[in-house]
Design a protein around this ligand. Structure first.
Ligand code: XMP
Length: 514
């Protein structure tokens, strides 16, 4: 049985990070909404309670019934999790005089407590909370204090309960990974047997059992997730897998053909559909970003479904959905910023069942699984690319000519990133999370080429660093690189006479411009 740690999510921004850290310890974990603890699941070996935007005193604060696991499984409360434990078991939580935010040091620390095994005295921790624990519950002892926070870490004397007000999952807590290892491996007893190789082996076996001799359809996008899902399924069921790759006409330059060739080499059975004309027709004159996204989403489903219907004996639809796509986020605001589209809206009459072999994996794990199966590096390290493609990187209405201009500029930029090897030996392409060019087609500016006046569009270059696309920083690309790319674009791409570099972080900007 695959052991697992349950992380109960109280809505903190860093809950996913806790999950990643646990997976880095080769231990399987599930992030579940705070009120969805799985009863009677013998594979659970420990529980972590996350942080939260709420104070325990807020009337709408999320609450969990601790008796479901306390006393039976080791528990670690982080930030709000720690405050909730304290508040519920008889301690006291009060508003801090000033928000406790930023770096602090564990000036006193109980190095005999198993949670702090191997810690250094004075170890740096990261605090971020508005409330503070002024009294710990009876039967607990303080095991770590900072200058300002006496009850920074505490533990039960009799039961396996630990609580820390700081965030071990963030990079700024220097020995946070060690703390989580002490909890997950030493305290909970993880066997650390969750690896790419074991994942491939068990998933191929499970897929064979799940799907049997049925036919499966899979929508490919050229991206890492759907490609890895396809290769896994191909390993399990071979020719019974049919992949569909729709070209909406707004992919990168030559990408459709290159990706089709890659898929052939991987031995996948792929139907490539060139539907660009339909997409261009339906998008003609449309400028509003959400409307563009809606049209593309709708057309995509139509084209995909028309192709899928031809495979009349199909029983399953497979998708490259990964864990972060699914985590039931406790969206406090409920506002839609952008409607992302992936394959959706199955043809109802086909009665297809859903098969999502990567649904438990984080992006870096998907890449490890791809490598484990021997997929080529350029497919595995490919940057994320939005489903609507260049349509959301051309401001204003879309025409085939604008797509061509942007494809050419983007191609120069991306090739440049792949070719430029930085001082640490890594290419710029591999150092950034994602990059692309944006055509600012509603804007024109004056330039001079030879003796001629030009009046053309600018192109913006965007490159960001990120771990999960939820937040991102603009990449500090070297000036010599930017200078070279700018020159090449302006000299070679007709219709572009100016290049800008986007220096906005997310938030408040987003990665894509539309
Ligand atoms: P934003 O622009 O919201 O993008 O900061 C976050 C990440 O999502 C990608 N993105 C999409 N991916 N379908 C996708 O599969 C979409 O419609 C879509 N829109 C944006 C974006 O490229 C970035 O990685």
């Amino acid at each position: 049985m695959q052991q697992k740690i349950i992380i109960l999510d109280f809505g903190s921004q860093t809950t996913q990070l806790i999950g990643r850290r646990v997976r880095e310890l080769d231990t399987f974990c599930e992030i579940l909404p705070y009120n969805k603890f799985p009863k009677d699941d013998p594979s659970v070996i420990g529980v972590i309670l996350s942080g939260s935007p709420f104070s325990v005193h807020d009337p709408e604060a999320f609450k969990v019934d601790l008796s479901q696991f306390v006393g039976r499984l080791p528990v670690l409360g982080i930030c709000y999790g720690a405050q909730f434990i304290s508040h519920t078991l008889g301690g006291k939580v009060e508003k801090a005089d000033s928000r406790e935010y930023g770096r602090a040091h564990l000036e006193t620390i109980n190095l005999y407590n198993p949670l702090f095994k191997g810690f250094d005295r004075g170890s740096q921790v990261w605090m971020s909370h508005g409330d503070t624990i002024t009294a710990i519950p009876e039967g607990f002892e303080v095991i770590g204090s900072t200058k300002d926070v006496k009850n920074a870490a505490f533990a039960s004397v009799e039961q396996p309960i630990w609580a820390v007000q700081f965030h071990p999952e963030v990079y700024h807590t220097s020995q946070g990974a060690l703390l989580l290892k002490n909890f997950v491996v030493d305290i909970c007893g993880s066997k650390q047997d969750w690896s790419a190789a074991s994942f491939v082996e068990t998933t191929v076996k499970e897929l064979k059992e799940q799907v049997g001799n049925d036919r499966v359809i899979l929508g490919l996008s050229g991206g890492v997730d759907s490609s890895v899902a396809a290769v896994l399924l191909n390993k399990a069921i071979g020719k019974n897998l049919t992949c569909i790759f729709v070209d909406h006409g707004m992919l990168r330059k030559n990408e459709f053909q290159q990706v089709m060739d890659d898929y052939k080499v991987l031995g996948l059975n792929v139907i490539g559909v060139d539907a660009s004309e339909k997409f261009f027709n339906d998008l003609a004159g449309v400028t509003e970003p959400e409307q563009k996204r809606k049209i593309i989403g709708r057309d995509f489903v139509e084209v995909f479904n028309a192709e899928a219907r031809k495979i009349t004996d199909a029983k399953w639809l497979a998708q490259g959905t990964i864990y972060p796509d699914r985590i039931e986020s406790l969206n406090i605001t409920g506002k839609v910023i952008k409607s992302h589209h992936n394959v959706g809206g199955l043809p109802k009459e086909m009665n297809l069942q859903l098969c999502e072999p990567l649904k438990w994996l984080f992006k870096d794990e998907v890449r490890r699984v791809g490598r484990q199966m021997g997929m080529p590096e350029h497919l595995i390290t490919r940057h994320p690319f939005p489903g609507p493609g260049l349509a959301v990187r051309i401001l204003g209405d879309i025409t085939p000519e604008k797509v061509r201009v942007l494809q050419d500029a983007d191609d120069i930029y991306i090739r440049g990133l792949r070719e430029y090897v930085d001082t640490d030996g890594e290419t710029l392409y591999n150092k950034v999370w994602q990059a692309g060019a944006i055509l600012l087609s509603p804007v024109r500016s004056v330039g001079v080429m030879g003796d001629e006046r030009t009046y053309e569009n600018p192109v913006a270059l965007r490159a960001v660093t990120s771990t999960d696309a939820m937040t991102a920083d603009w990449a500090h690309l070297p000036y010599d690189f930017l200078a070279k790319v700018s020159n090449e674009i302006i000299n070679k791409v007709r219709g572009v006479n100016r290049v800008c570099y986007d220096i906005s972080s997310k938030p408040p900007a987003t990665i894509e411009w539309e």
